[in-house]
Write a protein that binds this ligand. Structure first.
Ligand SMILES: C[S@@+](CC[C@H](N)C(=O)[O-])C[C@H]1O[C@@H](n2cnc3c(N)ncnc32)[C@H](O)[C@@H]1O
Length: 226
């Protein structure tokens, strides 16, 4: 397993804290994002009464979708390591008046939670130094029955593929510290590699695993049962 670099982690924490208000608008209202979150939660398929963990929950844009599925008798636990994002997610929970949704300030690679029924993460894998090991750890330690991941990476499909140069520019411009590694690899290559490793782990480790792309092949969605 790659050892987390504390400087990179704290730079990403500062980045997501600083940009939390703008990120929140994008994460909630960007064209097509609602459809992607609906598909993510649909493939996770939580049942009423389940406890679901949303790792790297950011400002909590997926929390309403999860809360709707688990109902008032279930629980949703968001986890994020950026204090600004966590506080924004907590505002969202307070505004909605949910008493069974909480958000914890914690690192995705060291989750303090057990007994979850399902775990999900959206747009997180590209930020983890060793996403395959992290996903393995969740499946082993957290003991969730189900997992679903949603990430963006370069498209391999036409016509989306023709927009890869634009995607590369957007990734370069918006990459938080820690997305690029020490060896001069471009942020987009790092993103592609990490997303592929995480999703492959779901397909290798889970039964009834599903994988597909959306949004012109830029959005990768994988899910399965342990
Ligand atoms: C691109 S945002 C996605 C937020 C949210 N999941 C969404 O769909 O809008 C990535 C989030 O992951 C968090 N994050 C990155 N690395 C993390 C880690 N090692 N532990 C916990 N959170 C992490 C960041 O703070 C940020 O809020």
């Amino acid at each position: 397993m790659t050892t987390p670099d504390p400087d990179r982690a704290s730079a990403a924490q500062v980045f997501y804290s600083r940009w939390a208000p703008g990120y929140d608008r994008l994460a909630t209202h960007a064209p097509g994002v609602r459809r992607l979150r609906t598909a993510l939660v649909g493939s996770l398929d939580p049942a009423p009464g389940d406890t679901v963990v949303d790792v790297g929950c950011g400002t909590g844009a997926t929390l309403p979708y999860l809360r709707e599925r688990v109902g008032s008798e279930g629980a949703v636990v968001g986890v994020d390591f950026a204090p600004g994002a966590v506080s924004r997610a907590r505002d969202r929970i307070e505004r909605a008046g949910w008493d069974n949704v909480i958000v914890c300030l914690s690192d995705a690679t060291r989750l303090p939670l057990r007994d979850a029924d399902a775990v999900t993460a959206s747009f997180l894998m590209g930020m983890l130094p060793d996403p395959a090991a992290t996903v393995e750890g969740w499946l082993d330690d957290l003991d969730p029955d189900r997992i679903a991941l949603l990430d963006l990476a370069r498209s391999h499909r036409l016509p989306g593929r023709s927009l890869n140069p634009l995607f590369r520019l957007v990734v370069r411009a918006s990459a938080p510290p820690g997305t690029a590694d020490h060896h001069g690899e471009s942020p987009t290559r790092v993103l592609d590699r990490r997303v592929a490793a995480a999703h492959r782990t779901v397909l290798d480790r889970c039964s009834a695993a599903t994988h597909g792309t959306r949004a012109g092949g830029f959005a990768y969605l994988s899910a399965g049962r342990r």
